[in-house]
Design a protein around this ligand. Structure first.
Ligand SMILES: C[S@@+](CC[C@H](N)C(=O)[O-])C[C@H]1O[C@@H](n2cnc3c(N)ncnc32)[C@H](O)[C@@H]1O
Length: 576
């Protein structure tokens, strides 16, 4: 974390405003920078012309007074007042070489000068807490662990929100793409052939293909010369899609056969060793290779190259991934086992229902989700319905959607300013194409049983690049519930909570880490606030984690088990 986060003034301001999230928000905002990067933080007072705390109360009225700048020089926290800055400015000759401002360089007289004359207000606009004055006591509920999530469900309370509610934190800034490293540091590790092969399988499983082995028998009968109508174009497009599907099915089949081939190759080596007891293992390998090459028509070298990395360990890796792959394949492509006829295996599906109703365990078959909550005092209480979209509590909001922000034009993206439309043809916003304005595919993630004592968590099966959305935080949209985990959304005038105790999606199972690889992020889709889980760079096979925020941990009587060297809450329950 950048040392400016621990600047005594930052700590003081957070305390004064009772905003425990400020330091972690600042930390997240600075996460792309290293501890040695020179940074300054400008503290402004913005005068609001109304007496409310609405998000646009302070909007661009220009009444911004600068209090000063914070920086860290030679590990010493420094403060620079506007007066000092003015003195520095006046002592600066007009033709001093220009310096980068806060974004890139140290606080220099010039950078302060630029900032002073050209104030650019960067607002922090994550999901906000309600106006503190509007917070008042509602029914007190005993502190409960969200693992139970036996929350009170939806009761039509008032607008009031109890401040003791445990809240997830959402970041205000989108993850920045990493700066390229030109400093000769070691290149990132490349995945091995086995990793690539397994990744290929996961990508196939989570792609939208319909596995089938029959080829479509359709001839479009199009004469390009006489013109192509919309309908004819649709026919050729769907034919294209069908053949694409077929070719991807064939690729999936090829993978099934290849995986089986590797098993058979190892078994053949064992047989050769039995047939020729004087043979060494490497001689047996060469014999098996030669036999295969004579059938495949490949050069031995070619086959050997393809096998590099596969020889030792692919079969074992496939075996250890088998039940996870089967869960995904059985639940997403129920007909896939028919394909196993080609390798003489035609078993019945083992897993049915929603892909996330199964929990992957280190060894052995996956477990039904509800069985992993048997440690609860009343396990029967664990009920969770998987839904793709948020469900609005109509007893509270009627036909209104509280996420709708009236001040936002629903036709344009707040970030890229392009047109947003639910219809793919008219949509031009591609901020989060996998979630909005496009076909939705099942995200390549699974629920797994953690070894560290956090019960379940979420594992990524494919790589999520920094800045891409993994999923929307989906749950029951309500108001006024207390004592359970909720995400607070909206603003002081239109507060709402997203409660995942009884329904939602897999984001309900994402654990906290003090060094998270993802973050909660607000985004407007067609004028409606959505909370997303956005990647900061998640590699295939790693657990997806977010930072739950200080506010959350202060209410949780538990020690953090993230295991990170800089873990902030490892002993917090011990401290009472
Ligand atoms: C939203 S749930 C996450 C899924 C949860 N692990 C489960 O199995 O249902 C949040 C709860 O998970 C547990 N948890 C999450 N991250 C944790 C961490 N880093 N250390 C300890 N417990 C954690 C805490 O009990 C927390 O209240």
């Amino acid at each position: 974390m950048h040392p400016i986060v621990h600047h005594p003034v930052v700590t003081k301001i957070s305390e004064l405003f009772g905003n425990g999230d400020f330091e972690s928000q600042l930390g997240s905002a600075l996460s792309p920078l290293g501890p040695g990067d020179r940074v300054c933080v400008r503290i402004d007072a913005v005068i609001c012309v109304t007496n409310t705390f609405s998000s646009n109360a302070a909007a661009d009225d220009g009444m911004s007074l600068s209090l000063g700048w914070l920086t860290v020089e030679n590990k010493q926290p420094l403060t620079i007042t506007p007066r000092q800055a003015a003195l520095l400015r006046s002592s600066l000759s007009p033709d001093s070489p220009s310096q980068p401002g806060c974004d890139g360089g140290p606080v220099t007289p010039q950078s302060i000068s630029n900032e002073y004359h050209n104030p650019r207000r960067k607002t922090v606009s994550g999901l906000r807490l309600s106006n503190p004055s509007a917070l008042s006591a509602t029914k007190e509920k005993p502190e409960s662990d969200s693992d139970t999530n036996a929350g009170p469900g939806s009761q039509p309370y008032d607008v009031r929100i109890q401040p003791s509610v445990r809240q997830f934190h959402s970041d205000a800034r989108f993850p920045q793409r990493k700066r390229s490293t030109k400093d000769g540091s070691a290149p990132p590790l490349q995945p091995s052939s086995i990793d690539k092969f397994i990744l290929g399988i996961w990508m196939q499983v989570h792609s939208p293909i319909t596995l089938s082995v029959s080829f479509p028998d359709r001839r479009p009968g199009i004469n390009v010369g006489t013109g192509v109508s919309r309908e004819v174009f649709r026919v050729i497009s769907s034919l294209c899609k069908e053949y694409n599907n077929q070719s991807r099915s064939s690729r999936a089949l090829e993978m099934v056969v290849q995986a089986h081939w590797v098993e058979c190759y190892e078994a053949r080596i064992a047989s050769i060793l039995l047939e020729h007891p004087s043979c060494t293992k490497s001689e047996a390998r060469i014999m098996a290779l030669k036999e295969a090459c004579s059938t495949l028509g490949w050069q031995e070298k070619e086959l050997r190259n393809r096998l590099i990395g596969f020889n030792d360990g692919l079969a074992a890796r496939l075996r250890s991934n088998a039940s996870s792959l089967e869960v995904a394949a059985d639940t997403l492509h129920p007909g896939w086992r028919d394909l196993l006829r080609i390798i003489d295996q035609n078993e019945q599906p083992r897993y049915s229902g929603h892909p996330h109703e199964w929990v992957m365990v280190d060894s052995g078959p996956a477990l039904p989700l509800k069985n992993t909550y048997s440690h609860l005092s009343s396990p029967a209480e664990f009920q969770f319905e998987f839904v793709n979209d948020c469900v609005i509590d109509q007893t509270v909001f009627g036909a209104e959607d509280p996420r709708r922000e009236p001040g936002i034009d629903p036709d344009f993206c707040q970030i890229c300013k392009e047109q947003q439309a639910d219809d793919m043809a008219s949509n031009h916003c591609s901020c989060f194409p996998t979630l909005f304005g496009s076909v939705r595919y099942p995200p390549p993630v699974q629920i797994f049983h953690t070894a560290s004592g956090k019960n379940n968590g979420v594992v990524a099966r494919c790589h999520f690049e920094r800045g891409t959305a993994i999923a929307e935080f989906v749950g029951f949209i309500t108001r006024g519930i207390d004592g359970v985990d909720v995400m607070v959304g909206g603003n002081a005038e239109r507060p709402y909570q997203i409660f995942q105790g009884k329904m939602g999606n897999f984001t309900r199972f994402i654990n906290h880490s003090c060094r998270p690889n993802s973050q909660f992020q607000r985004f407007y889709w067609r004028g409606t606030e959505r909370v997303l889980v956005v990647s900061r760079g998640v590699s295939a096979g790693s657990e997806i984690t977010v930072d739950y925020s200080d506010l959350y941990w202060r209410k949780l009587r538990k020690n953090c088990l993230c295991g990170e060297p800089g873990c902030r809450y490892a002993h917090q329950a011990d401290q009472g």
